[in-house]
Design a protein around this ligand. Structure first.
Ligand SMILES: Nc1nc2c(c(=O)[nH]1)N[C@H]1C(S)=C(S)[C@@H](COP(=O)(O)OP(=O)(O)OC[C@H]3O[C@@H](n4cnc5c(=O)[nH]c(N)nc54)[C@H](O)[C@@H]3O)O[C@H]1N2
Ligand SMILES: Nc1nc2c(c(=O)[nH]1)N[C@H]1C(S)=C(S)[C@@H](COP(=O)(O)OP(=O)(O)OC[C@H]3O[C@@H](n4cnc5c(=O)[nH]c(N)nc54)[C@H](O)[C@@H]3O)O[C@H]1N2
Ligand code: SF4
Ligand SMILES: [Mo]
Length: 697
């Protein structure tokens, strides 16, 4: 037996745990162990990390290019696929212009893949229509923190959890979703740190906390403004820090002057006393760090929610030191990287604006002619597809049919496209709608880098030979560019892609593969001034000079409950499954842990609607209908039900609302109105695919 241990990084969440891939090359067998002494995961992994081998195994993998003919897919050669796709892209561009084409890239793929994707869109297709799942994840963080602090990333490092007195978790559920960091938070709590959790649900950390503020859905700004009111009124703010490092304090103080905690008790459902106590504890701690997630960003007020949190940290001076900071827990293994690489319609890599003449000149010099007008967001492309203005989409490593809001709307848009190309590991619900499916290599079959939530760029290594005819994403993008007659993508290996991207991304400038190896990853910015990277941002100054305090107002969530839809629905994640489930649901170990779909409901509501534990229920919103089973739990308050979005049989995105944050177009994935009822006479819940067939009858 020829066994080899190859160091890599877990391909699931943004914690970026170190894994060792144990490979038996003769049998193409892979198993996983935690990497010893990894700076973040410190020899630990969560169940998903341990189950990585299932996610990339040969089972259900696509191994050859496929072409749709009517309702069926037929294998074709790469050459045929690339020639046909290139010809169709050229025809559509000639007829409708480059704005009718676009790319959706993948926060699951490497920096090299994402850099290639945006360069392909901008130089080969000549459009800035490039986006990825950050749109529906942390785009409000990128936009909000960019304005207030000058940089939209975690300001501190994961290890700071052990250097703080108080951890404020708002709109995040780290023991489920960033499990290894969640474990660190539990440990820090046991070691004596205070823990404040602000969440409508009783999460695991809420149960361990020193204070749980169980606010009503979408009322974050009202609550944070009332905390700011108290802090300023009681003189608990950090005047020296504000004077030296912030602008806009007077306007902020003026704006929150009348927002007393008691005045928002009805809106937030949190008592004035509790808000004051949280304000005191947070502002008076010597070091306090905020960690936040989707309960902040996935609202029509997402960007303002983020700015409210940055106001809170700045006013208390809790930034720029160990154990402090504003820490968006970035979700996907490489979502930080996909943003850094410019897979966004308004910025090149390194957040250099596409509308800025200087950046345009820089990239024209490096790449030749580039598209100059900002492009469409992912949901913008969907909308334009429905109106016929957007006709061809190349998408890899995302499953929007399951993960974008309002599934029926997404499906109709994708079906309306003249050309949909999907590069995937397996036949996802989105791939089923494609005209061409390209077989993608998994992270274990390619070299590259991922950037974790604490800005740490880490090496992923090829441990297995490609399966069948699978190709890495930058490799097939390069081949497609060549089929279209372009030589803009022209690399021999991943290291060459990295060297090019580092030279054009200021924060990555001093990084090389060799150095990344040597230092177990490098945290950006890594430049001539900080050649070994940066653990804490904004220690002396902000990239925009002084930080900006920007007052924001509370706005209500978009959709009201009424007689027909009397309950609020929120969506959440489960520890054992990931995203659309296409990788985690291949593991029998993970699959046995949860049923394929769950509705969490408070026992009082369950009684009201005649629903018992495990009953089959129907859930209806103004947009769609699903069936699943009920789980009665006091972890959700009365009036609120919650569903995970991982299950294609009972996808919560049948129900969700597409109302958007005006700044970033983030949809309100965390709140909509639904009705819930038992299926009578009792029967098995039907998967959504079957319900749709029934509806056509
Ligand atoms: N197991 C697993 N882990 C994952 C993922 C996965 O699919 N599965 N996905 C990864 C990705 S892509 C991401 S982005 C992260 C997301 O990680 P989190 O941000 O932790 O994600 P969620 O569970 O969607 O939502 C977090 C919390 O927000 C709360 N919430 C809802 N509305 C509000 C509100 O108005 N105010 C406040 N304060 N809280 C609210 C919910 O009750 C929930 O507890 O997880 C990553 N990790
Ligand atoms: N209702 C509701 N909906 C949500 C959310 C929510 O909280 N509630 N959260 C949203 C958030 S935060 C996010 S980030 C999105 C995530 O939504 P998606 O990005 O659509 O979800 P994933 O499951 O991560 O899909 C990634 C796909 O990439 C494939 N893949 C993995 N590695 C590679 C690779 O190297 N190359 C290629 N080509 N493919 C690869 C996998 O097989 C998988 O099918 O979901 C969003 N949707
Ligand atoms: S915490 Fe995240 S990165 Fe670490 S093993 Fe679990 S899924 Fe992987
Ligand atoms: Mo995400």
């Amino acid at each position: 037996m020829s066994e080899q241990m190859i160091n890599s990084i877990c391909p699931f969440c943004g914690v970026g745990c170190g894994i060792c891939l144990k490979v038996d090359k003769t049998q193409r067998r892979l198993s996983v162990e935690p990497m010893a002494n990894h700076p973040v995961s410190k020899s630990k992994l969560c169940e998903k990390g341990w189950s990585t081998a299932y996610g990339v195994s040969e089972i259900d993998r696509i191994t050859t290019p496929l072409k749709r003919v009517n309702k069926n897919f037929y294998p074709i050669s790469w050459q045929e696929a690339l020639t046909d796709i290139a010809a169709e892209l050229k025809d559509i561009s000639a007829e409708s212009g480059p704005k009718a084409l676009g790319v959706i890239s993948s926060a699951r793929a490497s920096n090299e893949d994402n850099y290639a994707a945006q360069k392909f869109a901008r130089t080969v297709l000549k459009t800035n229509n490039i986006d990825h799942c950050a749109r529906i994840c942390h785009s409000p963080t990128v936009a909000g923190l960019k304005q207030t602090l000058g940089s939209g990333a975690m300001t501190n490092s994961a290890k700071d959890i052990f250097a703080t007195e108080l951890i404020l978790i708002i709109g995040a559920d780290p023991t489920e979703n960033h499990s290894v960091i969640g474990g660190h938070i539990m440990q820090a709590r046991l070691d004596g740190a205070q823990l404040i959790v602000i969440d409508p649900r009783v999460t695991r950390l809420a149960k361990l906390s020193s204070m749980h503020l169980q606010l009503k859905l979408g009322t974050n700004i009202a609550l944070i403004n009332a905390m700011l009111h108290t802090i300023i009124k009681e003189n608990w703010h950090n005047s020296a820090f504000i004077r030296e490092r912030c602008s806009g304090f007077e306007q902020l103080a003026q704006q929150v002057k009348d927002i007393a905690p008691e005045s928002v008790a009805d809106i937030t459902g949190v008592s004035g006393e509790q808000i004051k106590a949280a304000a005191k504890a947070y502002s008076q701690a010597k070091r306090a760090m905020i960690c936040y997630g989707m309960g902040i960003t996935q609202y029509v007020s997402g960007t303002n929610n983020v700015m409210a949190l940055s106001n809170l940290a700045l006013v208390c001076g809790h930034i720029g030191k160990p154990g402090t900071g504003v820490n968006p827990l970035r979700g996907q293994n490489n979502v930080q990287g996909a943003c850094d690489m410019g897979c966004l319609p308004n910025v090149y890599n390194g957040y250099q604006p596409v509308a800025d003449p200087q950046s345009q000149e820089k990239f024209t010099r490096a790449w030749g002619e580039v598209a100059r007008e900002p492009g469409l967001t992912s949901l913008g492309m969907t909308k334009a597809a429905l109106s016929g203005d957007f006709r061809a989409l190349i998408l890899f490593g995302e499953d929007p049919v399951v993960t974008d809001p309002d599934q029926n709307h997404v499906k109709s848009a994708l079906q309306k496209l003249d050309l949909l190309v999907v590069a995937e590991l397996s036949l996802t619900e989105t791939a089923k709608l494609a005209d061409y499916i390209l077989p993608a290599a998994s992270f274990a079959e390619k070299d590259g880098t991922f950037t974790n939530c604490e800005r740490r760029v880490q090496r992923v290594r090829k441990a297995l030979p490609e399966l069948g005819e699978c190709k890495g994403d930058w490799q097939w993008l390069q081949a497609l560019a060549q089929a279209m007659g372009s030589t803009k993508l022209n690399w021999q290996n991943s290291e060459q892609v990295f060297d090019e991207l580092a030279s054009l991304t200021p924060a990555y400038q001093a990084m090389t593969y060799v150095k990344i190896d040597q230092y177990q990853g490098l945290q950006w910015p890594c430049t001539a001034q900080s050649p070994l990277g940066t653990e804490i941002l904004h220690t002396k100054t902000f990239p925009i000079g002084k930080a900006k305090l920007i007052p924001v107002n509370y706005v209500e969530i978009d959709e009201d409950i009424d007689k027909s839809y009397p309950l609020q629905l929120t969506t959440n994640r489960l520890h054992f499954h990931y995203g659309c489930g296409s990788m985690t649901r291949k593991s029998p170990l993970l699959e046995r842990e949860t049923p394929p779909g769950i509705l969490f409901i408070n026992p009082k509501d369950a009684r009201r609607y005649n629903i018992h534990q495990q009953a089959a229920v129907g859930i209806k919103s103004r947009r769609g209908y699903v069936e699943t089973r009920a789980m009665l739990t006091e972890d959700v308050p009365e009036g609120l039900v919650s569903m995970p979005y991982h299950f294609k049989e009972a996808p919560s995105n049948q129900l969700t609302n597409t109302a958007q944050d005006p700044v970033t177009k983030m949809p309100e994935l965390k709140a909509c109105a639904v009705s819930v009822f038992p299926l009578l006479p009792p029967r098995e819940p039907k998967p959504v695919s079957q319900l749709q067939v029934d509806a056509l009858r």
